[in-house]
Design a protein around this ligand. Structure first.
Ligand code: 2NL
Length: 357
């Protein structure tokens, strides 16, 4: 019986998994196990022998059962320890960095400009990017022989063979939107028309698609003085300065009379552009009083109404404000994102020395 005890306690001690333990249990204390067999032989013993062997066998059975249970618990503890050692998670680790998108500088500047004019009572108007040459040119008093209308400078849409109607074109400015707005709602009217425009041009300073915002304000007594105030308010708000001188230079556009190109006061030292100080001038827009023929073409009576209009290039505004060195950055460089957040890896003119400073 001592041999049996030593044998099973040793086997239980060295068992490595629950299945092995179960096998040992069946072998030792199962119905047909070794101890049960010994118990069956109790009947053949003398009462004296049985009195000794019986309790001893029961005690051995209890001892083996206890050893099995203890080993089973030890194996479960070891398995749990192994899982805890491999399946841990450090919840204090910082999250993995995420690339996040952001608004394109052109969209941001368009929104900034729209918000500033909205504060002055201008509504935002939109219209088609492909339009007829009436809306893009004729209504604006641009004659057929004007160079802007040449195939060289403007994108003309194909017409089917034998279709002799005047061609549709990609709009070269957003003025047609303003003509359509005047036609639809009449005067008085106060709108801006931001959007994409197209000209057949591609070099360092020109892209075939660019962005413009035009403004139009028509009323019974809207004057050039109102134009000057509006533009001053706009420039101060956009470039975030309290004071800026504007210079109106006489100019010519077919759709305005008189016409003026407008320069803003600035300084440009060591590649740093500052608006509203210094004694340099930088052209930023074209403007004028809307030509009576243009009002008439849009169904507004020029004897009753008059007003001003202006046109600003958004791409250049964005470059000036956010220090973007090259128009192509808007189209094919990831630098635009860095720049957008005030990081300026190149020495380029940047408003007030850059937003990062
Ligand atoms: C520029 C600046 C300009 C306008 C655009 C305009 C629109 C209507 C009537 C009259 Cl509907 N004018 N827009 C006026 C002056 C200048 O653009 O440098 N353009 C070549």
């Amino acid at each position: 019986m001592d041999d049996l005890r030593t044998k099973y306690l040793d086997l239980i001690k060295t068992a490595t998994d629950e299945a092995a333990l179960e096998e040992l249990r069946v072998q030792a204390v199962g119905k047909k196990g070794e101890i049960s067999l010994q118990m069956r032989s109790l009947g053949k013993m003398t009462p004296e022998e049985r009195q000794v062997a019986g309790p001893a066998l029961n005690a051995l059975k209890d001892e083996i059962n206890a050893a099995l249970a203890a080993k089973k618990a030890a194996l479960a503890d070891a398995a749990l320890d192994a899982r805890l050692a491999t399946e841990w998670l450090d919840v204090t680790l910082p999250a993995r960095p995420q690339r996040s998108g952001s608004i394109h500088p052109i969209s941001q500047v368009t929104e900034e400009v729209s918000a500033i004019f909205a504060d002055m009572g201008f509504a935002v108007a939109e219209g088609p990017q492909i339009d007829s040459d009436w809306y893009v040119f004729d209504a604006l008093n641009i004659p057929s022989h004007h160079p802007a209308r040449a195939e060289m400078d403007t994108f003309y849409m194909n017409r089917a063979e034998g279709d002799d109607r005047p061609p549709h074109i990609l709009r070269t400015h957003t003025s047609p939107v303003q003509i359509r707005s005047m036609e639809a709602q009449g005067a008085p009217i106060r709108i801006i028309a931001p959007g994409r425009v197209y000209r057949a041009d591609y070099d360092q300073t020109h892209t075939p698609m660019f962005h413009q915002v035009e403004g139009l304000c028509i009323g019974k007594d809207v004057s050039m003085a109102n134009l000057k105030w509006c533009l001053e308010e706009f420039v101060k708000a956009f470039f975030e300065v309290d004071h800026v001188e504007l210079r109106f230079r006489a100019s010519h556009f077919p759709f305005t009379e008189p016409s003026a190109e407008v320069d803003i006061q600035c300084s440009w030292e060591n590649g740093v552009l500052k608006v509203g100080e210094g004694d340099d001038w930088m052209e930023i827009l074209g403007s004028g009083m809307v030509h009576p023929k243009v009002l008439e073409n849009a169904g507004v009576d020029p004897k009753e109404y008059q007003g001003f209009a202006f046109g600003i290039g958004i791409d250049r505004l964005a470059m000036l404000k956010y220090g973007i060195p090259d128009l192509r950055a808007f189209f094919d460089s990831d630098l635009r994102w860095l720049k957008h957040y005030g990081f300026t890896p190149l020495d380029v003119p940047t408003l007030h020395g850059g937003l990062s400073k």
